[in-house]
Ligand binder design. Structure first.
Ligand code: ANZ
Ligand code: ZN
Length: 840
C-alpha cells in the first residue's frame, strides 16, 4: 500500500490548477454567479495562522459552489498602503515600495502552497498606480458631485518633530519618536459626506439578514441615531447658550452648563483673559481618539457666567469650559446632570457641584445621591415638578413639548456618525488628485493626467511627510488658469483603498475603475469572511462607498456584502519565565524554542524550564505564534486545512496544538488508505447507503451554514463506518463519493484519488454528489421503555419491528434488568414504534 505523499501531490496539483487557470472566473459564463470573498491581507511580511483559517473557510465555500455548478469569483489581492511600510523605511532604510512588493511575493507564494482556489488573474495591489489611479478617478467623481469637501479638523501634532502623527503613533499622549506631549492642531483636510447617508446606512444594515447580529448592532451604535432636544439657555449677562441633550427628562437634575474649549463663547472669553486662554490651550493636549477623550481626567474652568434654568427664572447654573465637551457634536454645549451621566458625575465630584437624583432607581427616590457612579437606567421621574411620576420616555416628550410651545427649543435627531476625514499626511498612500491654486482654489487633476503617481525618490531620514518636502513633486501649474500652483500632498486613508477593491475584483477594465454592467453581474458579494476587528469602520466605509457610487449613478448596488461571517482567532499556549523583579512583566519564550519532556516544558536553547501560561491569541509580543510554512512542509496543505476546519465552530477561537495537526494528518492518511484500497465488489449495504446520503446532505448544509466543524464530524463518522463495513458495491460507491465530499476541504488528496480512479478532468470541476431523498428518510425509531409507568430506557429499533423483537430487546436492556431486580414482569405492553410498558 502506498503512503500519500502530500508534498509531491500538493505541488503537482497546484501547478496543474495554475497552468489551466482552473479558478479564473468568467464574466460571460452562463452559470449562476457566486462571489466569495475573504478580507484581503495587509502584506506585513508573512502569512499567519489567522490568514490560513480565514482563507481556508472561504476556499471550502468557493470550491463547494463550483461543485454545485456555479461560476465562482474567489479573488485575492493586497491592502498594500499604510504606516508599517513607512516605519520599515525609517527603521531598515528600505523603500516602502520595495518592502511591500517583497512581502507580497513572499505571501503569495505561501498562499499558493495552501492550494486555495483563487483567481490569481484578478490579483491587485492597492499600492500600484493601475489600482490607485482609478481610485483617484472615483475621488474626482465624488469631488464633482459634492460628496467631498474641505474642513478644518484636529490632528495629533508632535511639537518637537513638527509633524502630524497617526493615532497609533500617539502612545500615552506622547509622540512615539520624540516623546513630546502631543497637541491637538487644526489642519485643513478632506472629508467625505458619509453623514448624508446616515439614515440609509442605518436602514440598510437592519435589512441584512445574513449578517451576525452583533456586527449589525455595532454598525447601528456607530451610526448612533438619537432623538433629543436642542434649546437655548438665557445667560444672566444677556447672552445665550444653545445646548443639545438626549435626556431632556433630567432637566431638573442639572447643576451646571458646560461648553467646549473651542466654543465661540470660550474663545471670546479667552481673548480677554490669559488664564482662560491658558486653560483652552491645556484642553488641546492629548490625543484625538474617542477612547482618550473618554478616559481623560475631566477638567473645567468656571467662566463666572450664569445660565437661567428654563423652568425657573430664579435658578442659576454656573457655566464651565470643559474638556469633555466636543465642539463638533450637537451644539458644543451641554447641561450637566451628575446623578445620571457618568462624565457629569466625575466633573461634579471634582468641582463640588450639586448631585441631585431625578430618576428613581429601584426604591431610591430621595434627591440625595450617595452612589459612587451615575445612574443612567430607566425609572420614574422624581424631584422634578410637573414631571414627577412619569417614566423617562413620557418625561422626554413632555419637556420637548413645553420647549416647542414656549418657543425656546426644538426636538431634533442627531447622529453620532461624523463625516469621514480621509486626509493623511503620509507618503505611502494614494495621492489625492487635487491642485491648489491661489485664484481658482482646489482644482481636480484632469482625468487624462491620472494616475498622479507617487514619486520614488523620497527620503525618510527626518520626520514629517516626504511628499511635502520633495523638491519638485508638488510644484505644478493650475489645470484651470495655468498659474504656478501647489499639488495636494495629503494621501488618502487606507480605508479608502479597501472601500472598493471588491468592485475592482468584479470588473477591471484598463480605462476606468470598473464596468458597471459587469460589476453588477457579480455584486453583491454573496459571502464575505473576515475578522471582527473590521466590524465597524471597514464595513461601514465600504457600505457608504457603494451607496455613494449608486447615488452618482455609477453602480446600481445598495449593499456590497449580502452575507457576512466573522471568524474566531487562532490561539496557542504561552510560555514564559517569571518576572525578573516586581514591576516587570514575564519574559516570553518563543513557541519555536520549546521542548516538551516528561518532567516539564523547557526552553530548548538554554535548557531552562518554562511556565506554561494561558492560551491566547497568537501574537508577536507573546511569542506564541506558529509559522504556517514549516507546518505545511511537514504535514502538507490538506492536513493544515483539515485542522483549521475541524476543532472549533468557526466563529470561536481555535487553539493550535501539535496533537491537533497530527490528528488531521492521520485522518488524511486514513482517507488515502480508503481511496487506495478501492475494489470492485458486489452486494448492497443499505445502512451504508443511507449513512452516505445523509452525510452528503449534511455536509452540504454545513458548508452552506459555514459550520465546518460539523461537516468534519460527519465525515469522521462516515469514514469510520466505511472502514468497518464489509466489501460491497455500496462500500465501493461510498469511497468514490467520499472523494467528492471531501474535495472542498482537502483538494489535493481528492485530485490525486480522482486521477487514480481514472476520472477525466479535475475534481475541482466535478459536480457535488446527488442525494437520493429516499435514503434520507429516517427508518429507525426511538422507543421509550417504561417500568410501572416510569421512563427507564430508550431503544433504537428499525421502524415497524415486530412486537416480540421489541419486547425481547426491552427486557434484555441493562437498565430494565436492573429496574426489575431479577423478578419476572407481570405484564408487557408494546405500542409499535413508540412505547414498551412493563408492569412489574
Ligand atoms: C443632559 C444629560 C443628562 C445627558 C443625562 C446625558 C445624560 P449621545 O447619546 O451619545 O448622543 N452631549 C451633548 N453634546 C455633547 C458634546 N458636544 N460633547 C460632549 N457631550 C455632549 O449623547 C448625548 C448626550 O451627551 C447629551 O445628553 C449631552 O448630555 C451630552 F442624565 O444632556 B446629555
Ligand atoms: Zn488657477
Amino acid at each position: 500500500m502506498s503512503r500519500f505523499n502530500a508534498l509531491k501531490s500538493d505541488s503537482h496539483w497546484q501547478k496543474v490548477w495554475d497552468e489551466r487557470r482552473t479558478f479564473a472566473a468568467r464574466d460571460d459564463s452562463p452559470r449562476p454567479k457566486s462571489f466569495v470573498l475573504e478580507m484581503f491581507p495587509y502584506p506585513s511580511g508573512r502569512i499567519h495562522m489567522g490568514h490560513v483559517r480565514n482563507y481556508t473557510m472561504g476556499d471550502v465555500l468557493a470550491r463547494f459552489r463550483r461543485m454545485q455548478g456555479m461560476e465562482v469569483l474567489h479573488p485575492m489581492g493586497w491592502d498594500a498602503f499604510g504606516m508599517p511600510a513607512e516605519n520599515a523605511a525609517m527603521e531598515k532604510k528600505v523603500h516602502p515600495g520595495n518592502w511591500t512588493r517583497q512581502n507580497i511575493a513572499t505571501m503569495k507564494a505561501q498562499l499558493k502552497r495552501l492550494g486555495f482556489a483563487l483567481d490569481w488573474t484578478r490579483e491587485l495591489a492597492t499600492c500600484e498606480p493601475d489600482y490607485y489611479g482609478h481610485e483617484q478617478a472615483i475621488f474626482l467623481d465624488f469631488f464633482e458631485s459634492g460628496l467631498v469637501y474641505r474642513k478644518e479638523s484636529a490632528v495629533n501634532w508632535d511639537p518637537v518633530d513638527m509633524t502630524v502623527l497617526a493615532n497609533e503613533q500617539v502612545i500615552d499622549g506622547r509622540g512615539w519618536r520624540s516623546g513630546a506631549l502631543v497637541e491637538r492642531k487644526k489642519l485643513s483636510q478632506w472629508f467625505l459626506k458619509i453623514t448624508q447617508f446616515a439614515d440609509e446606512l442605518l436602514e440598510g444594515v437592519r435589512g441584512l439578514e445574513h449578517w451576525p447580529d452583533k456586527v449589525k448592532l455595532m454598525q447601528e451604535n456607530w451610526i448612533g441615531k438619537s432623538e433629543g432636544l436642542q434649546f437655548r439657555f438665557k445667560l444672566t449677562d444677556g447672552g445665550e447658550i444653545e445646548v443639545f441633550t438626549t435626556r431632556p427628562d433630567t432637566i431638573f437634575g442639572s447643576s451646571f452648563v458646560a461648553i467646549a474649549a473651542d466654543h465661540p463663547i470660550a474663545r471670546r472669553l479667552g481673548e480677554g483673559d490669559p488664564e482662560i486662554a491658558a486653560f483652552i490651550e491645556r484642553c488641546k493636549q492629548g490625543g484625538t481618539t474617542a477612547a482618550e477623550l473618554e478616559t481623560q481626567e475631566k477638567l473645567g474652568f468656571d467662566t463666572g457666567l450664569h445660565a437661567t434654568h428654563p423652568f425657573d427664572p430664579a435658578w442659576e447654573l454656573p457655566v464651565y469650559i470643559a474638556n469633555f465637551v466636543l465642539m463638533d457634536y450637537g451644539t458644543g454645549a451641554v447641561f450637566g446632570v451628575p446623578a445620571h451621566d457618568q462624565r457629569d458625575f466625575e466633573f461634579a465630584t471634582k468641582y463640588a457641584l450639586p448631585i441631585r437624583r431625578v430618576v428613581s432607581e429601584g426604591d431610591k427616590t430621595a434627591p440625595e445621591f450617595h452612589d459612587t457612579e451615575a445612574y443612567s437606567g430607566p425609572g420614574t421621574l422624581v424631584n422634578s415638578h410637573f414631571l414627577d411620576g412619569m417614566d423617562v420616555t413620557d418625561a422626554k416628550r413632555a419637556v420637548i413639548q413645553r420647549a416647542e410651545q414656549g418657543g425656546w427649543g426644538t426636538g431634533t435627531t442627531v447622529w453620532r456618525l461624523r463625516d469621514w476625514g480621509v486626509s493623511r499626511q503620509r507618503y505611502w498612500g494614494t495621492p489625492i488628485p487635487i491642485v491648489h491654486c491661489e485664484s481658482c482654489g482646489p482644482v481636480g487633476v484632469p482625468r487624462e493626467q491620472l494616475p498622479v503617481v507617487l514619486p520614488e525618490d523620497v527620503s525618510f531620514d527626518i520626520p514629517g511627510n516626504p511628499l511635502d518636502r520633495h523638491p519638485t513633486w508638488k510644484h505644478v501649474n493650475c489645470p484651470k488658469c495655468n498659474a504656478p500652483a501647489r499639488r495636494e500632498t495629503d494621501t488618502l486613508d487606507t480605508f479608502f483603498d479597501s472601500s472598493w477593491y471588491f468592485i475592482r475584483f468584479a470588473s477591471q477594465p484598463a480605462d476606468k475603475p470598473f464596468d458597471k454592467a459587469v460589476a453588477e453581474q457579480w455584486l453583491p458579494v454573496g459571502q464575505y469572511i473576515g475578522g471582527v476587528e473590521h466590524a465597524i469602520l471597514h464595513l461601514l466605509y465600504a457600505r457608504f462607498f457603494t451607496r455613494a457610487l449608486q447615488h452618482i449613478g455609477k453602480l446600481d448596488v445598495a449593499e456590497p456584502f449580502a452575507g457576512l461571517f466573522t471568524q474566531g482567532m487562532v490561539t496557542h499556549e504561552t510560555y514564559s519565565f517569571p518576572p525578573v523583579s516586581e514591576g516587570h512583566g514575564p519574559t516570553w519564550v518563543s513557541t519555536d524554542d520549546i521542548e516538551r519532556r516528561p518532567e516539564g516544558v523547557f526552553e530548548r536553547s538554554t535548557g531552562r524550564q518554562v511556565t506554561i501560561g494561558r492560551v491566547e491569541k497568537m501574537s508577536k509580543t507573546k511569542k506564541n505564534t506558529v509559522d504556517p510554512e514549516p507546518i505545511v512542509d511537514q504535514y502538507g496543505a490538506d492536513a493544515v486545512r483539515w485542522f483549521m476546519l475541524s476543532d472549533s465552530p468557526p466563529e470561536r477561537d481555535l487553539e493550535w496544538s501539535d496533537n491537533g495537526i497530527e490528528g488531521a494528518w492521520r485522518f488524511v492518511q486514513r482517507l488515502w488508505r480508503l481511496f487506495d484500497g478501492l475494489e470492485d465488489a458486489q452486494g448492497e449495504d443499505k445502512d451504508l447507503d443511507r449513512k452516505l446520503h445523509r452525510t452528503i446532505a449534511g455536509v452540504a448544509g454545513d458548508i452552506e451554514a459555514l459550520t465546518f466543524n460539523k461537516a468534519v464530524a460527519r465525515l469522521y463518522e462516515l469514514v469510520n463506518a466505511v472502514e468497518k463495513a464489509a466489501p460491497s458495491a455500496s462500500r465501493t460507491n461510498a469511497i468514490r463519493t467520499i472523494i467528492r465530499i471531501v474535495a472542498p476541504m482537502v483538494p489535493h488528496i481528492a485530485e490525486e484519488a480522482w486521477a487514480a480512479m481514472g476520472q477525466d478532468g479535475l475534481i475541482a470541476d466535478a459536480a457535488w454528489p446527488e442525494v437520493d431523498p429516499a435514503l434520507l428518510v429516517d427508518d429507525e425509531v426511538t422507543i421509550a421503555v417504561q417500568v410501572n409507568g416510569k421512563l427507564r430506557d430508550t431503544l433504537v429499533m428499525p421502524k415497524g419491528a415486530p412486537k416480540d423483537r421489541v419486547e425481547a430487546a426491552a427486557l434484555a436492556a441493562d437498565k430494565i434488568v436492573r429496574a426489575l431486580e431479577g423478578k419476572p414482569p407481570r405484564k408487557v405492553i408494546v405500542v409499535p414504534d413508540r412505547l414498551v410498558n412493563i408492569v412489574a
